[in-house]
Design a protein around this ligand. Structure first.
Ligand SMILES: Cc1cc2nc3c(=O)[nH]c(=O)nc-3n(C[C@H](O)[C@H](O)[C@H](O)COP(=O)(O)O)c2cc1C
Length: 236
């Protein structure tokens, strides 16, 4: 077999040469199953389209409704909107053109010390009458004790899991509102952190390019459900 490989940059940039020629589908029906089926990773964008802050906020408001470990909501969002900032990002994202052509790129970040917000979050829950005050205090103390003593690696994994959940919700919300996205793990994380002054407690989960798609992404190809599905337990 020929040993053909590509550099990371070639690999990441090849995908947009393929895919469908037509524009992404504009959905009339935003029923959940339609949105889930029709969302595709879109790599070509209308570079002249500027998103309203209202639309960005509405998508993010839906994204933060995602579930999270102990409801600690460790997600943080850096919205990269200015053209100059997007151009700075371009080489860091291995020259993936969507980094500059999409209206914005949202860096989804995970806060490794999100547990420090426990009192604020559970205080709000208690204030709403959804938890008695003493129970809230016990909860908060347990969270501070447990999460505070977890090794950093574990807090980082939690931040990545919860960051993934909010990211998915963000992409589906964007599609339901008539926008397109592509999640991007192809970027130099260390350079990104340094260039965008990401605080030490935050770590990148993924970048999400968001805007008006100019060319539809690939039609979906998935392993058959039965190849990825097991009931009850795996056999020994
Ligand atoms: C964590 C993650 C990182 C990804 N990184 C990139 C990326 O850097 N560049 C890119 O073009 N697509 C990237 N993708 C998109 C995948 O290639 C895409 O989701 C997959 O091919 C399935 O296609 P679909 O999203 O259209 O269903 C990434 C997806 C995920 C979930």
């Amino acid at each position: 077999m020929a040993n053909d490989t590509m550099t990371k940059e070639e690999y990441l940039n090849k995908a947009k040469e393929l895919g469908a020629a037509e524009k992404p589908k504009e959905l009339q029906d935003t029923d959940f199953f339609t949105v889930a089926k029709e969302r595709r990773s879109v790599r070509q964008y209308d570079a002249s389209y500027e998103m309203d802050e209202k639309d960005i906020r509405e998508i993010l408001e839906a994204a933060i409704l995602a579930p999270s470990s102990s409801n600690l909501q460790p997600w943080r969002f850096l919205v990269i909107q200015d053209q100059a900032a997007k151009e700075t990002l371009l080489p860091i994202a291995y020259n993936q053109q969507q980094a500059v052509d999409a209206s914005i790129v949202i860096a989804v970040l995970g806060d490794k010390i999100a547990y420090k917000q426990a009192d604020r979050i559970y205080g709000e829950i208690a204030k709403k009458g959804n938890m008695p005050e003493e129970m809230k205090n016990t909860y908060v103390n347990s969270i501070l004790e447990n999460y505070g003593n977890f090794p950093e690696e574990r807090r980082s994994r939690i931040a990545a899991i919860d960051g993934g959940l909010t990211s998915m919700q963000l992409m589906l919300a964007a599609k339901a509102k008539g926008f397109d996205t592509v999640p991007m793990g192809g970027f130099d994380e260390a350079k990104f952190v340094e260039t965008f002054n990401i605080p030490e407690n935050l770590e990148p989960v993924m970048l999400i390019a968001l805007g008006k798609g100019a060319k539809a992404g690939f039609e979906k190809t998935r392993l058959p459900l039965d190849d990825v599905l097991q009931w009850n337990a795996y056999e020994k």
